[in-house]
Write a protein that binds this ligand. Structure first.
Ligand code: G1P
Length: 289
């Protein structure tokens, strides 16, 4: 029997973005651009490429710029057209009417809680999650690679990548089982372990395909690491009951939750863009002198 398709994605975007203050005082961190597209746009494009139809944003106060971004900017388009300007640059920022949903996470109780806020919209089907500040850059995109794997193996699929051992405490970490190519069985999951307790240096890197049962588990999930309701803890309870695999993304990952990772992402994308690579390379070489 084919596995139920992944049609819906949750984008938790309620975080305060304190690491980027004062830039994020009045704009959401997800609206910070990589060259000329906001981070959230890259995540939505990655979802579309993977065949996902419905985008569910779990937002909070002061996040209305995200809703405006994916809307029609009537005055802008009208004015540009009247001046004979090309508006195609705006095409990917328009979501299909009725296919984007915004729900609010009223209190910052953790990632698990944010996901649970979308439970009624998810209903009884598998769904994807994108953490937009994990910027996954490659072709095909990370979620497309995961959906391709999911179509064969079903169950739950998360993306993982290797980090230096000393860095594991900032992440969810897996205990790996057997591997076949890019696919690894997940035997254990722990959120933000101490370095000495970590089962590996393979971290959960912000992309998930989960079965709807995780919502029932989240309903009663106790607080975990950092006093927050953790998605990782809820996923750990599904191990052994449902298939659970990790996919190692064939592409580049930039941690845009950190300032240095954000600068790296901008530079990397700029150096791949036909319209600016040459100029940016010359500037970078000059700065490094
Ligand atoms: C979250 C998840 C963690 C994951 C990380 C990826 O942590 O809880 O499992 O490894 O994102 O960036 P956060 O960055 O919200 O602390």
């Amino acid at each position: 029997m084919p596995h139920k398709p992944v049609r819906k994605a949750i984008f938790p975007v309620a975080g305060l973005g304190t690491r980027f203050l004062p830039a994020t005082k009045a704009i959401p961190k997800e609206m910070l651009p990589i060259v000329d597209s906001p981070l959230i746009q890259y995540a939505v494009d990655e979802a579309r490429e993977a065949g996902i139809e419905q985008m569910i944003f779990v937002t909070g106060r002061c996040k209305s710029a995200i809703e405006d971004h994916f809307d029609i900017a009537f005055e802008l388009e009208h004015t540009m057209l009247a001046r004979g300007r090309d508006t195609s640059v705006l095409a990917s920022s328009r979501l299909t009417p009725g296919n984007c949903v915004y729900v609010r996470q009223q209190e910052p109780l953790g990632l698990g809680h944010a996901i649970w806020c979308a439970r009624d919209i998810i209903g009884d089907e598998p769904f994807a999650i994108f953490l937009p500040d994990e910027f996954m850059h490659g072709s095909p995109g990370c979620m497309k690679q995961m959906v391709d794997a999911y179509q064969n193996i079903g169950g739950n699929v998360i993306s993982v990548l290797e980090v230096p051992r000393h860095a594991v405490s900032s992440y969810g970490v897996i205990a790996p089982g057997e591997s076949r190519g890019a696919i690894t069985e997940v035997l254990g999951l722990v959120e933000k372990p101490k370095v000495e307790d970590a089962p590996s240096n393979l971290i959960v890197s912000g992309r998930y395909i989960l079965q709807p049962e995780v919502m029932h588990i989240l309903e009663g999930q106790e607080k975990g690491a950092g006093g927050e309701i953790q998605l990782t803890d809820a996923m750990a309870q599904m191990l052994g009951k449902q298939p659970f695999h990790a996919v190692t993304f064939d592409g580049n990952r930039y941690d845009c939750g950190s300032k240095v990772g954000y600068i790296e992402a901008n530079l990397a994308v700029a150096l791949q863009r036909a319209d600016m690579a040459e100029e940016v390379r010359a500037i970078a070489v000059n700065l490094l002198k």
